[in-house]
Write a protein that binds this ligand. Sequence first.
Ligand SMILES: [Zn+2]
Length: 247
Amino acid sequence: MALAGDLQKVSEKFMGISVEKGGPDLSLLSDPKVRDALSALMNESRLAARWGGLSPRTRQAHQAILRAFLTKGAPPATSEFSAETLADLSARDLVHVRDDEIALAYPFSARPTDFQVRLGGVTVHAICAVDALGTAAMAGTAAEVTCTCPICRTGVSINIASDGLAVEHASRPEARVWTGVKDVGACAAESQCKTMLLFCAPEHLEAWRRSQPSSARGFDLSLAEAVQLGAAIFRPFIQAPGDRVAS
Ligand SMILES: [Zn+2]
């Protein structure tokens, strides 16, 4: 696709971190609005802090942690990794350890959240709506995502196709995903992710926005757009082209 190819070139120049190194895969984005949302969420310094100079050993550990969440729905023990590796992953805001347990590894949380993903019989919790919707692309398998509307607590279920890139069915096709843009600080889960929410309907997104400061910035996405965004961010975590060739 010519448009996607052009976007990818722009992103490589602008973002500086290639897909092979974990940077977002803009070839998955056909929609300029979603590209704008990605650029707002993942600026150059954040991408460099995450992926710049990542050693193969640390990358391997990162992927082992993600695969444990995918196969068991829970994180591996911290004892499987060196303290140095975990400190590196934490400084990069990729994995965070609390009370000697891996508490989160984007897109996953060890604790229950409002964002559930079922893949191949395993249930795992995601940190936010975009994380949940990007998990299928990262795993390279179909998934059923269930997100709870923060206004009415309705569970919205979304079936994602096996390539992780399309919505096959949604219990509320009109649902909206708000992707808030905030200063991330040392941990996105404590900042930006708290405003990455799925609402059962446009009216409930509007109700929530009225409760937020008028200065709050963000993007109002359809389910299909939010799946694209999540896939572009998370597919390279495991499914980077280089890894696919190596395996
Ligand atoms: Zn609702």
